[in-house]
Design a protein around this ligand. Structure first.
Ligand code: SF4
Length: 261
């Protein structure tokens, strides 16, 4: 089948993003995720099914089936910006590993047009699936949320074992891998927890960078819009000073560390 005709399900395409990879980027948000992180700021991404979410009092359909060609038509509009800024395309979600045929075809199409590619992913899939993505990815932005399995399960509903195993395999495959840590109060916001994750990242072959992503509550209204409860409403975002302290803890690993990204 022609890769341009492969269909997938997305819920948003954001142009002119300066996050989630270098330069000016177009972010493609894919539907579906296997985890259920309590802090998820895109709860409308989690179910693969098309849903209705109430946004500012009005129902909005979340999820649309599109071909790679249709997505590429959007992506190509910003080619001059990618070139000038060193930017490109980032697959996000949801979890792009949940739609392998579509995601890999989209990455391949980007590479055919010489576009830089990145993927935000938690790495929760069979490595045989992940392997298919790697030749078409310039950077893999991988979340490592916690080293402790019980705590990982409690806050995300899934074990961290597969994620940690895959991080090693992705790094060993020579991927340009950047480790990201969503820093969530009461989950992983102690120096010890951040140091443990950073030490794990430091041991991954070739990994040089670690990004700490501050917790925020910007997705809270979406839970209401989906008729769901947001269970972390009691948590305050960490102060800038506290994030700086955790950054210092991460830096003790010897990695290049930053807040955000
Ligand atoms: S992995 Fe990402 S998209 Fe999936 S539930 Fe967690 S925060 Fe949300």
């Amino acid at each position: 089948m022609d890769i341009m005709q492969v269909k997938g399900r997305v819920f948003d395409i954001q142009r002119f993003s300066i996050h989630d990879g270098p330069g000016i980027r177009t972010i493609i948000f894919l539907k579906g995720c296997v985890l259920r992180c309590l802090w998820c700021c895109n709860p409308e991404s989690q179910e693969y099914d098309v849903q209705t979410m109430v946004v500012q009092g009005k129902p909005k359909i979340i999820g649309k089936d599109v071909t790679v060609e249709e997505v590429m038509d959007e992506i190509k509009k910003d080619m001059p910006y990618y070139r000038r800024s060193g930017g490109g395309v980032t697959l996000s979600g949801g979890e792009a590993l949940c739609q392998p045929e579509f995601a890999v075809s989209l990455l391949k199409a980007c590479k055919e047009f010489g576009i830089h590619t990145a993927m935000e992913s938690t790495g929760y899939a069979d490595f045989e699936v992940i392997k298919e993505y790697l030749p078409y990815l310039d950077v893999y932005l991988m979340d490592i949320k916690h080293r402790n399995n019980a705590k990982h399960k409690e806050f995300t509903t899934r074990s961290n074992e597969l994620i940690l195993e895959n991080a090693i395999k992705i790094a060993q495959a020579g991927t340009n891998l950047v480790i990201r840590v969503p820093v969530i109060p009461t989950f992983n916001d102690t120096e010890e927890e951040i140091r443990e994750i950073a030490a794990f990242a430091k041991n991954l072959p070739g990994v040089k960078e670690l990004h700490l992503l501050p917790y925020h509550r910007l997705g809270q209204d979406k839970y209401e819009g989906l008729g769901r409860e947001y269970n972390l409403a009691h948590l305050e975002p960490l102060s800038k000073e506290r994030m700086e302290e955790l950054l210092e803890a991460a830096k003790s690993s010897g990695l290049i560390c930053q807040i955000g990204g």
